[in-house]
Write a protein that binds this ligand. Sequence first.
Ligand code: ADE
Length: 418
Amino acid sequence: MNYDIKNKSLHISGKARIEWADALMPVLKQIREEYAKSKPLKGVKISACLHVTTETANLMRTLKAGGADAMLCASNPLSTQDDVAASLVIDYDIPVFAIKGESNDVYYKHLNQVLDNKPHITMDDGADLVSTIHSKRKELLKNIKGGTEETTTGVIRLKAMAQKGALKFPIIAVNDSKTKYLFDNRYGTGQSTIDGILRSTNVLLAGKNFVVCGYGWCGRGVAMRAHGLGANVIVTEIDPVKALEARLDGFRVMPSKEAIKIADIVLTVTGDINVVDKHHFLDAKDGIILANSGHFDVEINKKELQKLSVETREVRPCVQLYKLKSGKRIYLLTEGRLVNLSAAEGHPAEVMDMSFANQALAAKYTIENSQKLKNQVYKIPEELDARIAQLKLKALGVEIDTLTKEQKEYLQSWEIGT
Ligand code: ADE
């Protein structure tokens, strides 16, 4: 078996951690048990580019149980858990090409290695497989039946491709399932971002001015959790509706050029570039901490920060000091890459359970519907989304009401008025 990982001997700790996560992922486990019997992915080659975590390992096990020939590379150079990569290779016979801290060149070499398997399905987190296939590996298009996309940033890129007629195979936007974005983006990013900031800095959040740039589902989660720990949360936005929601959710809202002057911590989660730029660095307070939870490391303008600095050095693992000419100190966490996956372990298994249940069901759906699907971006069907929610509620021991016959009729009627 071909693979490229840091160290095979790490597999024992990796396996124990994969099993720990598995116990917290009952929905995915149930799908895995079903797939092991019905083999809906028999002979299907799946190339996955996802964060190499314990939760992803359980997804890969599920795809394999369903009969797939599945391979994995990392969707970010810093997010790989090397012990998990080792266990997937040694204990589960699943090829992995990922090493934490790999260079950009090695990142793309690994991505191309999983593509060398000539996939029928791509599974992306950030659309790097799709964009590589469409730009440099067009010969693979003829085998591909479809792909799935895990994250908001990837879905935005793919919808832009579809709109321009550039997308050459159908995509299921897993991110757009309710059982994904309402939980993973909000509660997952909310908790794991705070976890990453605390593990890397160990600062007290209570009483700090904590600026959240972007009030999408991820930004909301971070704002909510920072508030819960006693921070004074300030939100910056470009969307008037989201800004209004942030304000009515109880947060201060102001332009980033004002927020930066009082910020102790700034967290970007917008999906866009240079959200924290040169003028922000110049206006920031001494000792400010900057971090990013958006998919790409483009939200904080690192190049400008480097240019402005007279000294840079690592002061703690994951914390880089940039000293400006004025003597001001700016601390950047995990090189501006996803702080939740680089300094912590990503989202907890309980939310990834639903995200990856969506991935597993989306792979089966793509195979079963490949004749019908056009080269567009689709959501997973609502019944599947609802089924995931039902399974999760069941696993949590939560029961809910059902409509009575009378209530159903009332909802379907239009004659009854005041
Ligand atoms: N994205 C965010 N958290 C993750 C996790 N724990 N595993 C895989 N992808 C993730």
